[in-house]
Design a protein around this ligand. Structure first.
Ligand code: SF4
Length: 346
């Protein structure tokens, strides 16, 4: 039987240095091949002109530079496009391209499904199926660029799954997004969105990766959070999460973001705004309010426009920096909390 070829997408510079050492080659080959794979987007070894021909032949026989298979694609009236990727084992994940005047953002998934089951989220209804590999996370980025012929400028790990529960793959993917020899986005243009898992936030800090951190809070107290995000609430109380996020912000010298999904009649009153202000006022953070995008069958409704205005007005008057995220792609179920690979886009 022919052994499977080694997939090179998803391997960081140090992974590749180890790989080249194993096959008797010098470590500087790692930087060379990163450049060919990510800057020149080669999928064949033959044109890699700064490598000796015998090495190119050896790589062609034993390695692959793969791409994810795109099983479907749908664009919304506001310009967002959702792609469905079919993975080798038949599982599928979604990623979204969100264009704006000054940027092209990729919202990527880190898991198939999600174990946390937040009550307002479509992905949560799928349950947890499996973690994505680093190759599958980076592969969504490459797939969006190639399918839509765009140059992505930003990444948000905010698609399906909880990134901090898959750090084994997320850390190498972050490395490739930021590495100047690979996708060269730096740390500032990559955001990791999480429900907040204090020990894992510390682990991320220790890894040396420094994406911007967004904490999905959506409730100003533990009792309401336990109703909306029961599994997340069991992991840690809000106070502990905010302490870990503040530590991260201070050590990376970058404020964290608090994401707050506004749900009509559930967490959108001025009393909630008041509690939220008291919680966050002294912390190195800003607030991103997200109008809920309704998901059939989950029983939550989007907030009224004037409720949103009053809520943000209260936070700003209290001294917080707050914005309303314009969530694109709601008519194709590509907006925040709407990703679930069973949505029919094939
Ligand atoms: S909101 Fe995030 S953490 Fe919660 S179920 Fe959805 S994907 Fe998982």
């Amino acid at each position: 039987m022919i052994p499977p070829r080694r997939e090179l997408i998803g391997l960081t510079q140090s992974d590749l240095e180890r790989f080249f050492a194993e096959i008797g080659e010098r470590p500087f080959r790692a930087k060379q091949i990163l450049k060919w794979i990510y800057r020149f987007r080669l999928r064949d070894f033959e044109p890699m002109s700064d490598m000796p021909i015998p090495l190119r032949v050896k790589l062609a026989e034993s390695c692959a530079i793969g791409r994810l298979r795109i099983a479907g694609k749908i664009s919304s009236r506001d310009g967002a496009t959702k792609l469905l990727f079919r993975l080798d084992d038949g599982a599928s994940v979604e990623a979204v391209h969100i264009p704006a005047e000054d940027r092209h953002t990729a919202c990527l998934s880190t898991q198939v499904g999600c174990a946390l089951g937040c009550s307002f989220c479509a992905t949560g209804t799928m349950g947890f199926i499996r973690n994505l590999t680093a190759a599958e996370i980076v592969g969504q980025f490459l797939g969006i660029e190639e399918a839509l012929d765009v140059k992505l400028t930003n990444v948000v790990l905010m698609g399906m799954g909880e990134p901090l529960l898959n750090l084994g793959a997320v850390i190498p993917a972050l490395d490739l997004f930021s590495d100047d020899n690979a996708l060269a986005l730096g740390h500032r243009r990559v955001t990791l969105s999480t429900v907040g898992i204090p020990a894992k936030i510390d682990e991320l800090l220790d890894s040396g990766m420094k994406p911007k951190l967004a904490i999905s809070l959506s409730a100003p107290d533990d009792a309401l959070r336990a109703r909306l995000m029961p599994s997340a609430a069991k992991i840690a109380p809000i106070g502990e999460i905010l302490r870990a996020a503040s530590r991260y912000a201070n050590l990376t010298a970058r404020w964290f973001t608090v994401e707050y999904v506004l749900l009509r009649g559930v967490n959108d009153s001025l009393a909630h705004a008041d509690k939220l202000s008291a919680l966050l006022l002294e912390l190195p953070c800003k607030v991103n309010l997200i109008r809920y995008n309704e998901v059939a069958g989950l029983g939550f409704k989007a907030p009224e426009d004037d409720t949103v205005d009053r809520f943000i007005g209260y936070l700003c008057a209290a001294g917080l920096t707050a914005t309303i995220r314009q969530s694109k792609g709601d008519n194709i179920s590509a907006a925040c909390g709407q990703l679930a690979s069973k949505t029919a886009i094939e």
